[in-house]
Design a protein around this ligand. Structure first.
Ligand SMILES: CC(C)(COP(=O)(O)OP(=O)(O)OC[C@H]1O[C@@H](n2cnc3c(N)ncnc32)[C@H](O)[C@@H]1OP(=O)(O)O)[C@@H](O)C(=O)NCCC(=O)NCCS
Length: 249
């Protein structure tokens, strides 16, 4: 297999191949409610690199307290064991050996397939995200948030709902800028890829923005479509790419 192909598809079937890793990737662990502050730090540091975050929170510099407060609230929810449709996986690392490790990367996954299996077709998915999105965030553009949510829901219905409940959705993934390109994002995704295989799931879905697209492509995710997000009287437009990993492929 050529080096180019290894770089373009680095699934778990290529352990130790030259394109896979510069150093052994750290192993993810389950995120706990007590991790909420370091995780909020990671997201507030990394997400301004993501055009989808910048699009939704154009006033984050003017209203840093709101930006911090509502972002943290969202992660309290994701980390709350009572809301087990969601799981957060984190990675700890240190810039220099010998220094204390800190949380440097995390991923939020929707694993509601477990509750859907346990409770049957009538299971009502947990969704407190809409509660947060209804709030009057001064850091956010409300109209962009609404357009973003609407288009994501429609895209999910179009691309992934027909696959059924036997899937994982990758909701958010971020690595602190100083720790990027060290294998942490892919290590977190590989945790989910392994779970999807072990549980015989049909896919892992994600709505990728540009940096995520590079990573998911490298991991062997397939592009299934793309969709624009735009508020009617605004010129600025965002495009996200729907991607999926098929554990059986
Ligand atoms: C996307 C993100 C999570 C990737 O995390 P990471 O820890 O740097 O990812 P990895 O080190 O595991 O990357 C593995 C491979 O993916 C590809 N890749 C990852 N980020 C890339 C980038 N910015 N540009 C090009 N390729 C990239 C590379 O092939 C990389 O291997 P290499 O470093 O040996 O070339 C990180 O860039 C980030 O937090 N970005 C801001 C938030 C964001 O956009 N999140 C995604 C939302 S969908």
């Amino acid at each position: 297999m050529s080096r180019l192909l290894q770089k373009r598809h680095c699934g778990m079937d290529l352990p130790g191949s030259p394109g896979c890793r510069k150093k052994p990737a750290m192993k993810p662990r389950l995120g706990l409610p007590t991790d909420v502050d370091p995780i909020t730090h990671v997201i507030l540091s990394a997400m301004p690199q993501d055009p989808a975050w910048v699009y939704r929170f154009p006033y984050r510099r003017e209203y840093p307290q709101d930006h911090y407060k509502y972002t943290r609230m969202l992660f309290e929810y994701f980390l709350d064991p009572a809301y087990d449709d969601w799981v957060v996986m984190v990675i700890e690392d240190a810039l220099e050996s010998g220094r204390a490790t800190e949380i440097v990367a995390f991923g939020v996954f929707n694993v509601s397939f477990r509750n859907k299996r346990a409770h049957g077709p009538g299971y009502q998915a947990q969704d407190r995200k809409s509660h947060f999105l209804c709030r009057n965030w001064a850091d956010a553009s409300r109209r962009r948030l609404d357009a973003f949510t609407h288009e994501q829901v429609e895209a999910y219905k179009r691309f992934f709902e027909p696959i059924g409940p036997e899937q994982i959705h990758l909701q958010i993934l971020a690595t602190l800028p100083a720790f990027q390109r060290r294998g942490h994002g892919s290590s977190i995704c590989k945790w989910a890829m392994s779970l999807a295989r072990d549980e015989n799931l049909k896919d892992i879905s994600v709505m990728a923005s540009p940096m995520g697209h590079e990573l998911y492509n490298w991991l062997g995710f397939q592009r299934v479509g793309e969709f624009p997000i735009r508020v009617p009287d605004e010129e600025v437009e965002l495009t996200l790419v729907a991607m999926m990993y098929d554990p059986g492929a």
